[in-house]
Design a protein around this ligand. Structure first.
Ligand code: SME
Length: 172
């Protein structure tokens, strides 16, 4: 039986500092990729009390849909998440997630309505941060998407810690 998370501290940094070792401990001793990612999403959702936390995997389009070359033959497909139901597929370069994949970098959006091409899975989502994960060749394998019901929730502190969490996911 898994134990509950214990989050100490009041600042965002303190919460992440208490969460990180617990996330590492959660995945130690378990080799199943989806099980580990699922628990990390739950730890983030309930540890940080955010609206929506999940991953989108870079996957091959079915051959029938695939007309292009390179990344055009792939798309983001919803993976383990915590929160309301979400869009299942996102194209390369589309929305915040597709842009993070294309630009291979973390994107912080303070107001989703001001982000060109933002994909609104829920009208309650007001700000978000998306962090890409890479394979050893530098290809994006998935993006971690975190959404808030409040404006300007995410900043450089979130980028710092969420990138560390994504480094853990890359090692799974
Ligand atoms: N807002 C994201 C789509 C995913 S959901 O919000 C869960 C985007 O623009 O990529």
């Amino acid at each position: 039986m898994a134990e509950s998370l214990i989050i100490t501290g009041t600042s965002k940094q303190e919460k992440y500092e208490s969460l990180l070792p617990q996330i590492k401990a959660l995945v130690e001793g378990e080799s199943d990729y989806i099980a580990n990612i699922s628990n990390i999403m739950s730890a983030l959702k309930f540890g940080m009390n955010w609206f929506w936390v999940g991953v989108y995997f870079v996957k091959d389009l079915s051959p029938a849909l695939s007309k292009g070359e390179g990344e055009i033959k792939k798309e983001l497909v919803l993976g383990p998440f915590q929160g309301p139901i979400a869009c299942t597929r996102i194209a390369f370069g589309k929305g915040v997630c597709g842009t993070s994949w294309k630009e291979k970098k973390t994107i912080i959006v303070e107001d989703v309505e001001l982000f060109p091409g933002h994909i609104a899975c829920s009208s309650l989502s007001k700000s978000e941060i998306v962090v890409p994960a890479f394979d050893k060749k530098g290809n994006v394998t998935l993006v971690l998407d975190v959404d808030s019901e409040h404006l300007a929730t995410y900043d450089e502190t979130d980028k710092h810690y969420l990138e560390q969490i994504v480094r853990i996911i890359e090692q799974l």
